[in-house]
Write a protein that binds this ligand. Structure first.
Ligand code: AMP
Ligand code: MG
Length: 406
């Protein structure tokens, strides 16, 4: 059980508990062409040597270095080597072969004279520049060799390393299965965008935002819809979480009369690890397991939901994916505005980031930090972290930040 102060657990302890409560998922084989953004589940070794043979790095003539040690030297062209169709013959003293970039260097030749340094008269080629042995030749295996382990389990595949896997002639990659994250909103006031809207109703922006967040971080969002603030409605939707890897509820996590998540899920078997975190925004944050499925109960205010998702949901998804990075990367920036002393909750202050003329990164907090202000949150680039009981701080001093992604 985590240490709890005044009913609240510290952010770092909360994160440790979340990470301890989720496990890496199994793997699946997918085509290398569809692997972009996926997390590699096993090391990948090359199936071939690249380049397979010595090849030319330039368009020109394959020669024996000794023949062009003194220039000009006129050699007789006896063949042509192109990429994909090499010249079978052997280059003897006094001979040369036309060669193109990527083409195999014919036997006997040990250097290339680039075409700009030659004069051509039929099959008589005059080399005007010397070229030492090995020049403009890419030796077999220059890039990599059969058996070289070039991609490691845990990396997030990008366009460069899927290209590399393809070059290694690895058509299938073992990647971790993408976590299916069920998203359940709660609240009588909520409707989905475009639906008929009563006078007291608002849009369930979190349903959209969190689904996008899950997707952006490598998961598959499953939108379970909106439960009413009544136990039966919540129970009915809860029955549909079977087969998902994680449940994320939004709203109903506080202590208001309509905050049913803890009680109803509790009756349905939720084993709660913590339900209050010493942070702002995001104090009413629940983590636990319901019938073996990890459950994260996010607060309803859009900024609170977004910040807690960045701090806890992203690492949880990363762990399920077996990704290398399961904690958030913090950086430092220059503070753009004075800040007052902090209270007992760790603060995550929404701010914009700018780069000054001197190249210094400046984080400027918004003047109002209300956790319902989605327009500001959408504009924010980062969160400025303020430790519990932090002293007042002046503009120009350095602060720790976490970047928010798109
Ligand atoms: P709650 O945690 O249910 O008390 O909600 C706190 C605030 O967040 C209330 O103003 C709710 O209307 C709002 N809220 C709850 N869920 C959502 C949602 N899915 N999208 C947008 N706002 C929400
Ligand atoms: Mg509510």
């Amino acid at each position: 059980m985590p240490e709890i102060t005044e009913g609240m657990i510290a952010v770092d302890d909360a994160l440790k508990n979340v990470l301890a409560g989720v496990s890496q998922l199994g793997s699946e084989d997918i085509s290398v062409g569809e692997a972009q953004g996926r997390i590699l589940a096993a090391d990948v070794a090359s199936h071939l040597t690249q380049p397979p043979v010595d090849v030319s790095a330039m368009d020109g003539y394959a020669v024996r270095a000794a023949d062009v040690a003194k220039v000009p030297a006129t050699l007789t062209q006896i063949g042509e080597s192109a990429a994909g169709s090499g010249f079978d013959g052997k280059i003897e003293a006094g001979q040369t072969s036309r060669i193109f970039t990527g083409a195999p260097v014919p036997e006997g030749a040990d250097t290339i004279v680039i075409q700009e340094d030659t004069d051509v008269d039929g099959d008589q080629i005059t080399m005007k520049e010397a070229s030492p042995a090995g020049k403009f030749i890419r030796p077999a295996g220059l890039d990599f060799k059969t058996g070289d382990v070039l991609l490691k389990a845990g990396i997030k595949l990008n366009s460069r390393n899927t290209a590399l896997a393809a070059a290694m002639n690895v058509p299938w990659l073992k990647v971790t299965r993408q976590p299916r994250v069920a998203i359940l909103s709660t609240g009588d006031e909520l409707v989905m965008p475009g639906e008929p809207l009563g006078p007291d109703q608002i849009i369930s922006s979190n349903s959209i935002g969190l689904a996008a967040f899950v997707q952006a971080n490598g998961g598959v969002p499953i939108n379970l819809g909106i439960a009413k603030d009544d136990p039966d409605s919540l129970r009915e939707i809860l029955a549909t979480i079977t087969g998902t890897d994680m449940l994320v509820t939004i709203g109903g996590a506080s202590v208001g009369d309509y905050d049913l998540v803890k009680t109803v899920l509790g009756e349905e078997g939720l084993d709660i690890t913590f339900s209050r975190v010493a942070m702002r925004p995001g104090k009413p944050l629940i983590f636990g397991k319901i019938n073996g499925i990890p459950m994260l109960g996010l607060p309803g205010n859009p900024v609170s939901a977004g910040v807690t998702a960045a701090l806890f949901l992203r690492p949880a998804i990363s762990k399920m994916l077996g990704a290398e990075d399961t904690t958030h990367v913090t950086e430092t920036a220059v503070l753009g505005l004075d800040l007052a002393e902090n209270d007992k909750r760790q603060d995550y202050i929404r701010a914009t980031l700018t780069i000054g003329g001197d190249g210094a990164l400046t984080a400027t907090p918004f003047d109002r930090q209300d956790s319902s202000m989605l327009a500001r949150f959408a504009e924010a680039d980062c969160l400025v972290i303020r430790a519990p009981f932090a002293e007042p701080i002046k503009a120009g001093e350095r602060v720790e930040i976490i970047r928010l992604d798109g």
